[in-house]
Design a protein around this ligand. Structure first.
Ligand code: ADP
Ligand code: MG
Length: 322
């Protein structure tokens, strides 16, 4: 059913021909980062903007995607402990990722790759991994093994694997915002597979209303919505990638301490803050940590709101204001 929904969405995007104009907005659609993306601008853009956005996204896909064997991340992962020279963008996202690992006490860890491979939520007939395989994969999950020296990255554990699934869309969202501003765009809504970034003022000065998905609802009905300006809203939800086995739901938000899908009694964790990289990393981490430990984390930060949907569909909100 989920697949059908995605196929219908993709079909619709093709029928729309990639670009759509409504009142004084223009929306560009594409498929990148394993998901559907759209960028709506509220200005009169130059003719080449669509092509420029697509090229921009392709560039980041080619740097950071683990499914592309030619990407810089794949090169680091297959270097068998040897140093790999990479671009400044790759260095920047790795440095930010390490910062979020430190901040979250390892609940967010981009060396989660061996565990993601083992659980493989994309395969058609998923099975439960053996405990010994989980233990083996877990022994290679450790962000302190990523060593960065200027433009060179080394994975000290040759079997470690970087997976940026928990932060890439957020980081790219921030980069895309900067890029659009450089192109003269004053107001836009960026949607990278549900990672939202908005900036600027609409002509009627109203805020952007962004919905938080009702868990497992395929019609796209929001459970609640937020009014946002110049900020990013990112959700990590169990319903995005999961399988069921013996009436238990196994999802893609993995606890780096146990090697299992996090046991937090949650359906989703959403973060609202200025930086989308931060919102993305923290949404994954807060899901793994659960409400109480997230409270300790969020109170250390400025201007961050966390919204949790518990597994009995209650909404819980934590907020820190500068
Ligand atoms: P998405 O919105 O694409 O589902 P999320 O931000 O919710 O992504 O993060 C989930 C993805 O992040 C997983 O698919 C996996 O690639 C990676 N991941 C899973 N657990 C962790 C973790 N504890 N720390 C960092 N990344 C993780
Ligand atoms: Mg995330």
């Amino acid at each position: 059913m989920k697949k059908l929904f995605l196929i219908l969405t993709i079909l619709l995007l093709f029928l729309l021909g990639g670009c759509q104009t409504k009142q004084d907005t223009v929306t560009y659609n594409g498929m990148f980062f394993d998901t559907v993306i759209s960028v709506t601008v509220y200005d009169t853009p130059k003719k080449t903007l669509e092509q420029d956005i697509m090229e921009f996204c392709r560039k980041y896909d080619n740097l950071l995607s683990r499914t592309n064997p030619e990407s810089e991340i794949s090169k680091i992962n297959s270097a068998q402990g040897n140093p790999t020279k990479v671009s400044p963008e790759t260095i920047e996202i790795l440095e930010k990722s390490i910062e979020y690992s430190q901040l979250t006490g390892g609940a967010f860890d981009i060396t989660i790759g061996p565990l993601v491979d083992l659980w493989d939520f994309k395969k058609s007939h998923p099975t439960l991994p053996d405990q010994k395989d989980i233990d083996e994969a877990l022994s290679h999950v450790d962000y302190t093994k990523i060593k960065i020296d200027k433009d060179t990255v080394t994975l000290e554990d040759p079997l470690a694997k970087i997976d940026l699934g928990g932060i890439a869309k957020g980081y790219i969202g921030d980069q895309l915002k900067t890029f659009l501003k450089e192109q003269g765009i004053q107001t836009a809504l960026i949607n990278l597979g549900g990672n939202i970034v908005v900036f600027g003022e609409k002509s009627d000065h109203s805020p952007f209303h962004i919905g938080i998905q009702k868990p497992f609802d395929e019609t796209g009905t929001p459970i609640t919505s937020m009014e946002i300006r110049d900020a990013s809203l990112v959700t990590s939800g169990v319903y995005e990638r999961y399988f069921e086995f013996n009436q238990t739901l196994y999802h893609h938000l993995l606890d780096p301490k146990t090697g299992m899908p996090s046991q937090s009694p949650l359906y989703s964790a959403t973060i609202l803050c200025e930086s989308s990289a931060q919102a993305d990393a923290l949404s994954t981490a807060c899901f793994v940590l659960g409400v109480d430990q997230s409270k300790e984390l969020i109170t250390q930060l400025k201007d961050v709101t966390a919204i949790f949907i518990t597994d009995d569909n209650q909404i819980k909100k934590l907020e820190t204001i500068d």
